[in-house]
Design a protein around this ligand. Structure first.
Ligand code: GDP
Ligand code: MG
Length: 710
């Protein structure tokens, strides 16, 4: 059996960065807390016999959050051979709180003072030997991002792990007076139930009346009563509850430590992060700034850069290179007509139409990665929390939404940190309203082909997504199923910093690559099915132009559903349905059914074919529906896993589709009023829907009144 080393530390201290560096893995590094929900495992690059575990970020070893419970159980039950406690050295006071608990566990600890590059830049100095002596464990200065000092750290950690039998010395951190007296007595009363070197941790936790720990060891009633006596005695004498006593003890110790080891160069009263936050989270400016930034992000990635790369993909990449080459090659080898049909009209049309959007997506991903890394995204959750708390929505529900802008699956998974079950379910249901990367091609295609590349289209998709989450949140919160106070949201805002190019590119590449992989697998398979079902009839006769094909008959049978939304034709219906497999399929289906490969040689002729079938308004309505309706299979799978309940999963899917339908209906029917071909019945239905939503939004929250009355 090899050695196991666990990485433990506060959120945002750089654990994942270090983990990636040590194992060569590509863990998601994000400048906000709550990203690593589960522990991740890997092998040390330089010595494959050493296992490395990245634990979720935690502030302490109390049992108050899911992350804390996961980390604590891992440390207590799996007993890694050593712990690397990674510390954000720019924030010693807060980080050392966890350290004081880790060193009580009886597992060798090696402390890594991370972000030392920042400390040095500030001109501050840390007295490492002093700190190491006081804590009783090795301490190393490192920068995970710049890869300095990491080799020495690893060597020390491996050495410590291999030498864990070395008896742990008596605790270096002795509490004061009566508190220490009580803890010492509790330690004694544990007898041989707990190994000698772990007693300190258990004794302190028992002193804090941690019920999870109490239940994990079987103590007889006599011992328990005896322990309680000691606790009560200490509480009486110090006039405080036992948990606060311990917290207090730790902070006194930490303050003392820092006094001895930290030299600040100059006392900065207001850090530059605080200065930026003064503006960015300003009561009045916060929302406009947020809107402006996201507007620019989507405008650049879809509209400006979008047209350039789409032109190039259509005209040059496909028009001049791929299609003529493929057609020529297939003709040259005397390929059967059906096979070249499958390849050119099926695969190249479908996958090609999708892949054309990759450059655009990468541009979007670069900008999102930058915003996240530099620390801005974390502010958004904070800003939205401040505003929507009044409506019962918590900032915790907005973090999954921000993560979901890349891909809905990690977004849905991030909801796990929400302890309140009702809020968690609500967040799972609404997170996928955000335009994920795979919805970007739909937005770009419709905006370019049907809406004349108008500047507002792409950014509007983002804001419609957020509005859908907020409106749904407010409406759902007023139902019995989701009632209750918003989850508490405490988030420390990370300091702003300029992200490294590597981190941004890695994040972009990860998201982009998973998209390309999807194009080569599920999208490829889908295009083959689409091509086949659109080229043959039920009796397997080849058909021309889709007419009489299997897919057409299916599409026609269901297209009535979308008539009130303005896109009730067979092709749009099947594209929308196939979008449930993967959102890219919407564009892929259009590529095949409107002959992307056929017309690519003539440049933009693909677009006029779409324009012939859909008005701008119908296009926008289609965009909205595909944005808000149930997500792809993979994301539905994530919803199912997180709900862990079939009924709730179906409820989520049903709600998403119904909500999408209502919004698209309103967009189309009210839009028709302006274009002058309104349908009276349609407008009336849309008005009723509108009134129902407004009513649900403004009506007082009964559940809440009952709660406060009780
Ligand atoms: P985790 O939450 O502990 O897993 O932290 P991450 O590894 O996701 O890192 C949080 C942020 O700190 C990211 O933006 C990293 O790029 C940044 N970071 C990590 N290590 C260092 C470092 O040594 N120096 C600097 N300046 N930034 C770092
Ligand atoms: Mg992490």
């Amino acid at each position: 059996m090899g050695l196991t080393i666990a990485l433990a530390g506060n959120p945002n201290s750089g654990k994942s960065t270090l983990f990636n560096l040590l194992t060569g893995a590509n863990q998601y590094v994000g400048n906000w807390p709550g990203v690593t929900v589960e522990k991740k495992e890997g092998k040390l690059k330089s010595d494959k016999s050493v296992n490395i575990t990245d634990l979720p970020g935690i502030y302490s070893l109390s049992p108050y959050s899911l992350e804390e419970v996961i980390s604590r159980n891992y440390l207590l039950q799996e007993k890694p051979d050593a712990v690397i406690n990674i510390i954000d050295a720019t924030n010693l006071e807060r980080n050392l709180f966890l350290t004081t608990q880790l060193i009580e566990l009886g597992i060798p600890v090696v402390v890594a003072l991370n972000m030392i590059d920042v400390v040095k830049k500030n001109g501050d100095i840390i007295n490492v030997p002093y700190l190491s002596g006081k804590l009783g464990c090795p301490v190393y200065e490192i920068s995970a991002a710049k890869n300095t000092g990491v080799d020495e750290l690893v060597k020390a950690a491996v050495a410590a792990a291999g030498n864990k039998d070395a008896k742990k010395a008596d605790p270096l951190h002795i509490f004061t007076g009566v508190a220490e007296h009580a803890v010492a007595h509790i330690e004694e009363s544990l007898g041989d139930k707990i190994p000698e070197n772990e007693k300190r941790f258990y004794a302190v936790k028992l002193f804090e009346r941690d019920s999870k720990i109490k239940n994990s060891i079987s103590l007889d009633a006599g011992t328990l009563a005896h322990i309680e006596e000691h606790i009560v005695e200490a509480e009486k004498e110090l006039d405080d509850d036992s948990e606060s006593i311990v917290t207090n003890e730790r902070y006194i110790y930490i303050t003392d430590l820092i006094k001895g080891c930290y030299k600040k160069k100059n006392k900065v009263l207001v850090s530059s992060s605080d200065k930026i936050d003064k503006i960015v989270t300003n009561r009045f400016l916060a929302l406009p700034i947020f809107a402006l930034i996201m507007f620019v992000v989507y405008y650049i990635s879809v509209t400006t850069v979008g047209t350039i790369v789409t032109d190039w993909t259509n005209d040059v990449l496909f028009g001049e290179w791929i299609i003529p080459a493929a057609a020529g090659f297939l003709e040259g080898i005397g390929c059967a007509a059906w096979l070249s049909g499958l390849i050119v009209d099926g695969i190249i049309s479908g996958v090609g139409a999708v892949l054309g959007f990759v450059p655009q997506m990468l541009v979007l991903f670069i900008m999102l990665a930058f915003l996240e890394e530099c620390g801005y995204m974390a502010r958004i959750a904070f800003i939205l929390d401040r505003i929507f708390r009044r409506f019962g929505l918590s900032g915790k529900s907005f973090i999954p939404m921000l993560i979901g802008t890349g891909c809905g699956i990690p977004g849905v998974m991030a909801s796990r940190t929400i302890e309140n079950e009702r809020d968690r379910r609500m967040t799972i249901m609404t997170t996928t309203f955000m335009p994920c990367g795979a919805k970007l091609p739909i937005i770009a295609l419709i905006s370019g082909a049907l809406l004349n590349g108008e500047w507002w289209v792409a950014p509007s998709a983002y804001f419609v997504g957020i509005a859908a989450i907020i409106v749904s949140g407010i409406m759902l919160k007023k139902t019995k199923m989701f009632a209750g106070d918003p989850s508490p949201f405490v988030m420390e805002l990370p300091a702003y910093h300029l992200p490294t190019v590597g981190a941004v590119l890695r994040s972009m590449w990860e998201r982009g690559w998973s998209f390309i992989k999807k194009a080569g697998t599920i999208i490829l398979a889908s295009t083959i099915v689409i091509w086949f079902t659109s080229s043959f009839s039920w009796s397997l006769q080849a058909v021309e132009n889709y007419e009489g094909s299997i897919l057409e008959s299916i599409g026609s049978a269901i297209s009535w559903i979308f008539l009130p939304l303005g896109f009730g034709n067979s092709k749009a219906a099947v594209a929308t349905i196939l979008g449930l497999v993967a959102k890219e399929n919407v564009v892929g289906t259009f590529g095949i059914l409107y002959g992307f490969a056929e017309v690519a040689e003539d440049g933009m002729e693909f677009w006029p074919r779409l324009q012939a079938d859909y008005s701008a308004l119908a296009g926008y309505s289609m965009l909205i529906f595909n944005l808000l309706c149930a997500p792809c299979f993979a994301a539905i799978g994530a919803i199912k896993r997180e709900m862990n309940n079939a009924k709730w999963t179906w409820f989520a899917i049903g709600y998403q589709c119904l909500f999408a339908y209502c919004v698209s209906l309103m967009v189309y029917q009210f839009g028709c009023l302006f274009t002058g071909n309104a349908n009276v019945l349609g407008v009336i239905v849309a008005l009723v829907v509108f009134a129902a939503i407004v009513f649900q939004l403004v009506k007082p929250n009964r559940n809440e009144m009952k709660l406060s009355a009780a």
